[in-house]
Design a protein around this ligand. Structure first.
Ligand code: ZN
Length: 307
């Protein structure tokens, strides 16, 4: 046996004798406020975490009303992951009700918040959510999603220091996927003719996406879905679609599709399909993960806006 092979054999014996990498007896219980944060947390936490979510697939976090069972689920969690930026107005009371002492990590911490309705088109209404509040949908830019993932990684390490190696490795791999996604989205957006880069979505959830990828979104409903579009909002949008020749109107999985259909009917703009802004789909839908959601959105946008 050569020297090198002897060394290899000795190393193999040592590896076999070494204890398995530390795995917790029980996975760390983490509660995410909504499906997109749950997906990030699973990507970083891997097998060391058991992730639960308060607002599930296809559900609207803006208007969520926690039930007593939700307080119980929060009480069981050792870490709570939230978006912040005013997205989960119901969260503080829920954590209090649950008597939870678990740390609450604000995943958006460090992103530059975008002001709601910064294009000024909601200047003439008294809507509670339309005036200078932070736009909470920061995850809609992949650069921000990377900030979320780093915050979640750091919070997991703090809650479960033995898992540091796993969390760092998982986060690194996922951040590389997000980089590739960001490049793909920019490439795809760049192939749309500039004068066609505008669409109608139901609620104003794509401001960060618009800033990152250069597609203009016009929405009859503000950054929260708590208030419905007024007749005046809809009339304004219809005028704008005709004037600016907006090619397509999109539905959302968390919003009533009738508004988008009505706008399409009245203007002749086509229905471009469904965009996913605030919630993933179930496993069988087109957006079961953040990566799939962002790819799906760009695919339907590209198809609808092609010449
Ligand atoms: Zn929203």
């Amino acid at each position: 046996m050569s020297f090198a092979r002897t060394i290899l054999a000795a190393l193999a014996l040592l590896a076999a004798a070494a204890p398995a990498p530390a795995q917790p007896a029980e996975p760390l219980k983490v509660m995410a406020s909504f499906s997109i944060l749950a997906d990030f947390t699973r990507a970083v936490g891997g097998a060391r975490v058991a992730v639960d979510q308060l607002v599930g697939p296809d559900a609207d976090a803006h208007v969520f009303t926690p039930a007593p069972a939700d307080a119980k689920r929060v009480a069981a969690a050792r870490l709570v992951v939230v978006n912040g930026l005013g997205f989960e107005g119901w969260l503080d009371r829920l954590v209090r009700t649950a008597g939870s002492k678990a740390p609450v990590v604000v995943a958006s911490r460090g992103v530059t918040p975008r002001r709601a309705a910064s294009d000024g088109h909601r200047h003439d209404h008294g809507h509670k959510h339309g005036h200078g509040d932070a736009d909470p949908h920061a995850w809609q830019s992949v650069a921000n999603a990377k900030v979320y993932v780093a915050n979640i990684r750091d919070a997991l390490i703090k809650a479960d220091p033995d898992g540091r190696g796993a969390y760092e490795a998982n986060a690194q791999a996922y951040l590389a996927e997000l980089d590739a996604l960001d490049r793909a989205l920019k490439d795809a957006a760049g192939r749309i003719a500039p004068e066609r880069r505008k669409v109608i979505a139901t609620h104003d959830a794509f401001g960060y996406f618009a800033d990152a990828y250069g597609i203009q979104f016009i929405a009859p409903v503000g950054v929260s879905t708590e208030q419905e579009a007024s007749a005046r909002d809809v009339a304004r949008i219809i005028t704008q679609i005709r004037r600016d020749k907006v090619p397509a109107v999109f539905m959302e999985n968390i919003s009533d599709p009738r508004l988008a259909r009505r706008i399409a009917d009245e203007t002749g703009a086509k229905i471009g399909g469904t965009l996913y802004s605030d919630a993933l789909t179930g496993a069988d839908g087109p957006a079961p993960t953040y990566l799939a959601m962002m790819r799906h959105n760009m695919r339907v946008l590209t198809e609808a806006l092609a010449d």
